[in-house]
Design a protein around this ligand. Structure first.
Ligand SMILES: [Cu+2]
Length: 316
């Protein structure tokens, strides 16, 4: 029962994925095992997702969905300085949406990335009374076509949406090839290590461990109500997945590093770029990884059916 539910939730974006992740985390408890009991039923069906589930479209691929539309009001980004980027979310009535349900401390999360997956930025625009979102943005990777993802929950909808649109930055485009899959990423003296593999169609555990100058970081700071935010973009079409970690700051069991544990479910085999936002010493940094799902994801060990797993399937 878990699998169709999780797969059908897949296209619903942040909130649904978050809920599924929370559920997995809660059911899994603190056990570090890669294959939690509640995933045993899923693995039994994983190779045969229901047709209805396959029809679900991942987030971020559409400029309009479920009556809502992302309307850019800025037609170009600058490669030399931050300039105001403006846009609206139009509702089913065609009017700009001004009422949002806050998710992770913000009414709207904006991801900006060049289409070759370079220059990732996760920022939070301000909403004007006229329903116009605005924030200064620079095309930090240089000229090229940029993808904007607006990740939000209209108050009237009751669940999250992620809409995407392209905006160009003029100039000579010098595409960067995607870095090879790697288990470590460095940013500003921090090294982040990735454990776990993405498995198409199945929630799998990813553990990201943060170290600075070789020493584990144990005093990560809460950023937007979590110790880490993970965005995954699929290479090729930039399908979008936003995952929040198991546990929250202040819940009495979640430690402030060095490990941040996520449960992520990607919709297909392929190559993904993972971006981890974390905060330490008052600065938010992003560590980026390339990870392959499917082809190179070797199953660690088959989950051993556990008697304790039987009671979990109704938990979601
Ligand atoms: Cu955000």
């Amino acid at each position: 029962m878990n699998t169709p539910l999780k797969l059908s939730l897949y296209g619903l974006g942040l909130v649904a994925v978050f809920a599924a992740s929370l559920g997995a985390g809660r059911l899994a408890g603190p056990a570090p095992a890669a294959n939690e009991p509640e995933h045993s039923p899923a693995s039994g069906h994983g190779a045969h997702p229901a047709p209805a589930a396959q029809a679900q479209v991942p987030g971020g691929l559409q400029v309009a969905q479920d009556g809502y539309r992302l309307r850019p009001l800025t037609d170009e980004l600058s490669t030399s300085r931050a300039r105001p980027l403006r846009f609206q979310i139009l509702g089913p009535d065609g009017a700009p949406v001004t009422a949002y349900t806050r998710t992770h401390d913000k009414d709207l999360h904006l991801i900006v990335v060049r289409r070759d997956l370079a220059g990732f930025q996760h920022v939070h625009p301000a909403l004007g009374e006229d329903g116009v979102w605005q924030i200064p943005v620079e095309a930090t990777a240089g000229a090229g076509q940029y993808r904007l993802f607006a990740d939000f929950q209209p108050a009237a909808l009751g669940r999250g949406l992620t809409l995407g649109v392209d905006v160009p930055a003029a100039g000579t485009y010098r595409p960067r090839s995607l870095p090879s899959p790697a288990r470590t990423a460095s940013v500003d003296g921090y090294t982040v290590t990735l454990d776990g593999d993405l498995v198409p169609g199945t929630s799998s555990q990813l553990t990201l461990s943060v170290a600075k100058d070789g020493a584990p970081v144990t005093d990560l700071q809460p950023y937007l109500a979590a110790y880490g935010h993970l965005v995954a973009l699929r290479d090729g079409d930039l399908a979008y997945l936003h995952v929040h970690p198991d546990g929250a700051p202040g819940d009495g069991r979640t430690q402030a590093g060095p490990r941040i544990v996520f449960h992520a479910e990607v919709p297909s085999a392929g190559t993904y770029r993972l971006y981890l936002d974390f905060q330490h010493d008052g600065v938010v940094r992003t560590a980026a990884f390339t990870a392959a799902a499917g082809a190179v994801a070797t199953a660690p060990t088959d989950p051993v059916p556990s008697p304790s797993g039987h009671g979990h399937s109704g938990g979601h």
